[in-house]
Write a new protein. Sequence first.
Length: 115
Amino acid sequence: MPTRRVGIGPTGETVRANVAAVRNRRRLTLRDLSEKMTEVGWPMAHATISEIEKGARRCDVDDLVALATALETSPLELLGTQIPERYTRPISDDAARLIEMVIDMDRKGRTDGDD
């Protein structure tokens, strides 16, 4: 009996679109991203990435994590996930300031380069 091809659901569609959007925002070609995938230890041909972006191939969890790593983002961003408020909890002002400092340091590190 032939196997039935599994379609891409709404979350897969979101991931597909977000991979393309983040790649374009980072000004990476498909080949650039393919090279980054190899660097992070999950080789993926540029044609495979293209298939994912076009929705012709599903992106499994391992692909998702590797793509997020190669794109220097989080799997949550690629999933387009907003964490529901009921799963968050208030943090202290000191913790909020510390988080802001880390984010600022990270941003400066990404924009300063290796001078």
